[in-house]
Design a protein around this ligand. Structure first.
Ligand SMILES: C[S@@+](CC[C@H](N)C(=O)[O-])C[C@H]1O[C@@H](n2cnc3c(N)ncnc32)[C@H](O)[C@@H]1O
Length: 332
């Protein structure tokens, strides 16, 4: 009988969430230019808003990656020789796309332990609900982890004995700039065994109108997703952000190759945050940087793998050529 459990890995963000949020906000709003880290998006409300974003007509990454996993899942799995392995997913979200790959794995009579990890407990819980809705009786063990990426990597080092396939889907990697991506991937390499596999979703560079529409949707869900961070600061830290005085904008940075999200103060204003005992002054049209979403070329993917000790086994692309799931092998 398959087992299913959620383990919350103790760390500052779990044990002292208000304290950690306060430090992130203090640091970010004291920066010039002001910024807030993108992991703050994913409280329970934010995780739910992201699920709505994934269903938007304009938000192509989810559809493209689902197409890859559905149509090319068996080809991806043909690189995995073992019949028994750990499927570890970093930043799993609701796992809706992963279910497509899981079905493929089961069709091939492979057996696995699935370890989905996310910083958001709500995301891991919704993933477990999705799994239950999809499979009458779970045909594999699931150990959900509520943890930050780097803690997940430490968990991997301590717990993984057999072959691992690590998923890092949805272009989560795009939230890291180049030095952070290199650091993360090298840390991942250290946490894995020789011959382990990693499947990473990269959003490719493409027509700027397609990018612009995806990050500035007509229904305004992406805008709500951004404003939710200000609401979260108001509710948890006693802030007095007035969202109606900020404008949301997703812009493509031609130099860095990233979509960047901003909340822009429409007037001169002072925001007070009670828990921090501090005022933050905004000049008219001053931005808060909210998120990077880097876009890639084939050569960027090659550079990242080569620099961090991986070998690219195969790249899997959707029909439009918008997205790549790149399968890498650990070389030690
Ligand atoms: C863009 S969503 C993608 C979700 C999923 N990979 C997919 O493709 O649908 C990013 C996910 O990563 C999680 N996340 C963001 N920063 C994280 C961190 N530092 N550690 C662990 N999870 C994180 C978020 O909670 C969210 O569920």
């Amino acid at each position: 009988m398959a087992t299913k459990k959620i383990q919350v890995i103790s760390h500052d963000e779990v044990d002292h969430p208000t304290h950690e949020l306060a430090l992130s906000v203090l640091e970010g709003l004291s920066n010039r230019p002001k910024s807030l880290p993108s992991r703050l998006f994913y409280d329970d409300v934010g995780s739910d808003l992201f699920r709505q974003i994934m269903k938007l007509d304009e938000y192509y990454p989810t559809r493209c990656e689902a197409e890859i996993l559905e149509k090319q899942g068996s080809k991806i799995l043909s690189h995995l020789k073992e019949t028994n392995f750990n499927l570890v997913e970093l930043g799993c979200g609701d796992g809706a796309k992963t279910i497509l790959l899981l079905k493929n794995i089961l069709e091939q009579n492979k057996s696995l332990k699935y370890v989905p990890l996310d910083i958001s407990k709500a995301a891991v819980e919704s993933l477990l609900e999705n799994l239950e809705a999809e499979f009458n009786e779970l045909p594999f063990d699931v150990q959900g982890l509520v943890a930050e990426y780097f803690q997940g990597l430490t968990w991997l080092t301590e717990n993984v004995a057999q072959r691992n396939l690590v998923l890092f889907l949805g272009s989560n990697i795009g939230n890291f700039n180049r030095p952070m991506a290199l650091r993360f991937l090298r840390h991942l390499w250290h946490s894995l065994n020789d011959g382990d596999l990693v499947l990473i979703g990269f959003d490719l560079k493409k027509d700027l109108d397609v990018l612009y529409d995806a990050y500035n949707d007509k229904k305004g869900i992406t805008k709500k997703f951004n404003f939710n961070v200000l609401d979260r600061i108001n509710q948890t830290l006693g802030g007095n952000f007035d969202c109606s005085k900020f404008q949301h904008q997703g812009l493509y940075n031609i130099q860095s190759g990233a979509m960047e999200s901003y909340l822009i103060s429409q007037e001169e204003q002072i925001v007070h945050i009670k828990e921090l005992g501090k005022d933050f002054k905004f000049a008219p049209w001053e931005p808060i940087h909210m998120e990077y979403s880097y876009k890639y070329l084939d050569q960027d993917i090659q550079f990242l793998s080569r620099s961090t000790g991986f070998e690219i086994l195969e790249n899997f692309t959707d029909e439009k050529g918008y997205f790549v799931d790149s399968l890498w092998k650990v070389k030690k």
